[in-house]
Design a protein. Structure first.
Length: 81
């Protein structure tokens, strides 16, 4: 079964980032794009799904850290009360 291909804008939308960010990531080697015969970028959906799941887990980690920071701040205020 063939892997679905996404255009630059489709891939950016899938990841929730700006297409210019995708282009920059390609230039810097952080996220390599495949190229068509006319040199247009495209991305394999299966690869983007791996990246998105990593992004989601990192967001969760940051969210958890933010919540813990707020809870500690709250309890410090209660102790100083």
């Amino acid at each position: 079964m063939k892997d679905a291909r996404l255009t630059l804008s489709g891939a950016a939308n899938f990841l929730g980032i700006h297409p210019k960010t995708m282009q920059k990531m390609d230039r810097t080697g952080k996220l390599k794009a495949c190229r068509t015969s006319t040199n247009r970028r495209y991305y394999l959906k299966s690869e983007l799904q791996k990246i998105r799941s990593k992004m989601d887990s990192e967001k969760t980690d940051h969210f958890t850290a933010d919540i813990l920071r707020l809870v500690k701040k709250y309890y410090r205020r209660q102790d100083n009360g």
